[in-house]
Design a protein around this ligand. Structure first.
Ligand code: GDP
Length: 266
């Protein structure tokens, strides 16, 4: 009875439900901290009596900020809170970030639902080619983790799909690649990585038809056996990938499109 009473009293109390979360990934130097700072600053300027001011830095985890999407008079929705979870970009610390994508993991709290992933890349660093292999390798691992997550739900309840925003940052710099080129360069490199990592499988002459469903090709990203990789192939696993340019500092296009993308998926 006390448990029931507790549920009746608190079960639907918003205080007891963690807001949904968005995971921020990307290599060191891409601008994750700068983006967090920008979103926090823009958020704190939102003035509305209806908005219960959220403490910006929550006690949850370092690098996690609580943000609010203001109410929208046009579609009548109330203010919506979400957590933006920053992760270390350093290669040695990435496995923890990726473990948050496993079907059983729930970031921050058992009740917080991961609604999307923002993968931030440095479009200026990608222009000279040096950063491309390491950035794409991290993105490959991210997309593969999400693909496996969807596969793990086969037979049982399907996991909710998690869309990915590849945010091409630093477009204020004239040396930066435009978003369309960031997209095509990443797709080409992801295809190369896929080929290299699956060399054993392909050389053995095993074709897609010889494989039992869900058995092999598990480390193959996207459409099995396809020559070229494209982000569209992730739709086969119900994973939407968008590449959108922006900037967090300087005199550039800003981060509004990213904010909108995130807000639409909360
Ligand atoms: P993190 O390692 O991903 O957290 O990256 P930081 O947020 O520390 O940013 C790395 C560097 O890139 C810093 O010197 C930032 O000032 C710079 N930076 C971040 N975003 C932008 C941007 O949009 N344009 C430019 N020009 N520099 C940026």
């Amino acid at each position: 009875f006390p448990i029931l009473l507790h549920f009746i009293l608190h079960g639907r109390d918003p205080k007891f439900i963690s807001p949904p979360s968005v995971l921020l990934l990307g290599p060191s130097g891409a601008g994750k901290t700068a983006l967090l700072t920008l979103f926090e600053r823009n958020n704190s300027t939102i003035s509305s009596e209806k908005l219960t001011t959220a403490p910006t830095h929550t006690s949850q985890a370092p690098g996690t900020v609580s943000l609010t999407i203001p109410s929208d008079p046009s579609d009548n929705h109330p203010p919506k809170k979400f957590l933006l979870i920053d992760t270390p970009g350093h290669a040695k610390l990435r496995s923890h970030a990726l473990s948050l994508l496993s079907p059983t993991a729930s970031p921050e709290s058992a009740r917080s639902k991961l609604t999307s992933v923002v993968f931030l890349v440095d479009a200026a660093a990608l222009a000279d080619g040096d950063a491309l292999p390491s950035t794409a390798a991290y993105l490959y691992d991210t997309l593969l983790a999400l693909q496996k997550r969807m596969g793990a739900g086969r037979g049982s309840k399907a996991p909710s799909s998690i869309p990915v925003l590849v945010a091409a940052n630093k477009l204020d710099l004239f040396t930066a690649l435009p978003a369309a080129l960031v997209k095509s360069n990443l797709e080409a490199e992801l295809g190369r990585i896929r080929k290299t990592r699956s060399k054993g499988l392909l050389d053995s002459g095993v074709g897609a038809d010889d494989l039992a469903a869900g058995e092999e090709g598990d480390d193959w990203l996207g459409e099995y056996g396809s020559e070229k990789f494209s982000f569209k192939q992730m739709l086969e696993f119900d994973i939407e990938v968008d590449v959108i340019g922006g900037s967090t500092t300087g005199d550039g296009p800003g981060a509004e499109k990213w904010w909108k993308w995130i807000a639409e998926r909360i």
